[in-house]
Design a protein around this ligand. Structure first.
Ligand code: FAD
Length: 375
């Protein structure tokens, strides 16, 4: 597999790198302190076409490939993972609609999401069902051609700000995960109540809330695909989502490495820059090696997806390895910075990579299943 970036991809990388350093970096620590949502950055990303880059131009997107997507997410997360995760959640919603919606649904809902005019959220997790997502309790019942949704969702990124949500709910509880369906829900639907931004360890500028659905009426035509296909669809969407989350982890790991290199060059101890000490050099060497390996796994998964080949195994491997790489790099970065350091934000952000879109334990389950059952 050739992982060299094309001229177009390199130009995109350069443009997003400049944007991230100019627009995101200066306010990232402040937003992390205050929990201020990156509204201006999102507006700028919309102008750059980043909110729907992988979706078809006829539905407002840019028609770019997943390699481009991972390059963009890495650059954003390198300086501001809270903004990166906002894009990831928006894309889970848009991708679910792009993959399973009718042309009419795409015209109405995908086009404004892909152009960035509207913001999306994707709601699977519930207070009692995270890893075991087949056990969700939110229910949808038929009523005069509409669907009525009742239940609670939890940890929903962009949940209080989204114009459009994809919500998973059971339409037939007797069938377990095969009774789960996916619905497009308008963010201003009567009966949809949104909790406050959760007091999270990291990503404090991103919007992560509980949602309470109390007799939310959804038009019949907002069912995505056939009844009972929502869980399989969500797993498909998560495969692609994990490639994005893995790219975010690579961005965090790279941030840790680059900040550590800069700090080690200027910080002096015993009359020398700490970069002169072998103990520091070895930490930097490990960070650089593991970050490079993680990026190759991410590009491999993205390339397979772009070629229309199966990539469940590779996405899980990329997600698992990149997340653990980010965590290790963040710990080393904190060590290199000693008692000083805003770098601790990276540590808080790296940890989520081992939890969101399937924990590391779940990734190991997926990888083992793919190898034992499918190879
Ligand atoms: C900041 C943030 C943003 C999020 N955004 C979204 C979002 O936008 N949309 C959404 O739907 N969800 C979202 N999530 C939810 C996220 O996907 C879940 O937190 C995650 O899937 C884990 O679920 P849980 O928290 O319920 O943990 P649990 O499933 O309760 O897991 C607890 C522990 O048990 C382990 N475990 C569970 N089952 C097994 C098993 N079979 N074998 C071994 N170990 C196991 C887990 O690995 C974990 O260590 C978000 C979460 C966070 C923290």
């Amino acid at each position: 597999m050739d992982f060299a970036l094309s001229e177009e991809q390199l130009a995109l990388q350069q443009a997003v790198r400049e944007f991230a350093l100019r627009e995101l970096k200066p306010g990232a620590a402040r937003r992390d302190d205050t929990g201020e949502f990156p509204i201006e950055a999102i507006a700028e990303m919309r102008k750059m076409g980043l909110m729907g880059m992988v979706f078809p131009p006829e539905f407002g997107g840019k028609g770019l490939d997943y390699i481009c997507y991972t390059v963009v997410v890495e650059e954003l997360a390198r300086v501001d993972a809270a903004t990166a995760i906002t894009l990831l959640a928006h894309n889970l919603c848009s991708n679910h609609i792009n993959t399973f919606a009718t042309e009419e649904q795409k015209s109405k809902y995908l086009a404004p999401l892909a152009s960035g005019e509207k913001l999306g959220a994707w709601a699977l997790t519930e207070p009692e069902a995270g890893s075991d997502a087949g056990g969700i309790r939110t229910k949808a019942r038929r009523d005069n051609g509409s669907w009525i949704l009742n239940g609670n969702k939890f940890f929903i990124t962009n949940g209080s700000r989204a114009d459009t949500l994809v919500v998973m709910a059971s339409t037939d509880t007797s069938k377990g995960s095969k009774g789960i369906s996916a619905f497009i829900v308008d963010g201003d639907s009567p009966g949809l109540r949104k909790g406050k931004n959760l007091d999270k360890l990291g990503y404090r500028a991103s919007d992560t809330v509980a949602l309470f659905l109390d007799n939310v009426r959804v038009p019949g035509e907002n069912l995505l695909g056939e009844p009972g296909t929502g869980f399989a669809g969500a797993m498909d969407v998560l495969d692609a989502g994990r490639v994005g989350l893995a790219a975010m982890a690579v961005g965090i790991a790279r941030g840790c490495m680059e900040e550590s290199v800069a700090y080690a060059r200027k910080r002096e101890a015993f009359g020398r820059p700490i970069a002169d000490f072998q103990a520091i050099q070895w930490m930097i060497a490990d960070m650089a090696t593991e970050t490079g390996a993680a990026r190759l796994l991410v590009r491999q998964a993205a390339r397979l997806k772009d070629e229309g080949k199966p990539f469940t195994l590779e996405a899980a491997m990329a997600k698992l390895f990149s997340s653990e790489t980010a965590m290790k790099a963040a710990l080393k970065a904190v060590q290199i910075h000693g008692g000083h350091g805003y770098i601790k934000r990276y540590l808080r952000e790296a940890k989520l990579c081992e939890i969101g879109e399937g924990t590391s334990e779940i990734q190991r389950m997926v990888i083992a299943r793919e190898i034992l059952e499918n190879s």
